[in-house]
Write a protein that binds this ligand. Structure first.
Ligand SMILES: [Zn+2]
Length: 75
């Protein structure tokens, strides 16, 4: 989506300190960190809000995002 900050980060149009990336998910350091380690995990496809991740496809994506985060982000 053209005006989405996160999609621009995924596309590399806005620089970010990427921690980890898979085809489904991207983790990057928050530019305004509120803790010593503050990493954002986002899907690589545009999803406006969690409520938009519906059905089996949405459930699979949310599961993959949680597994992505649980697998570790501090590398
Ligand atoms: Zn987006």
């Amino acid at each position: 989506m053209a005006d989405c900050l996160f999609c621009k980060i995924v596309a590399g149009e806005i620089p970010a300190k990427v921690v980890k990336r898979t085809p489904d998910a991207l983790a990057f350091r928050d530019i305004d960190a509120k803790a010593p380690v503050h990493v954002l995990v986002i899907p690589t496809r545009h999803i406006p809000a969690v409520r938009d991740a519906k059905g089996q496809d949405g459930e699979r994506l949310i599961g993959r995002l949680l597994a992505f985060a649980a697998d570790g982000l501090d590398s």
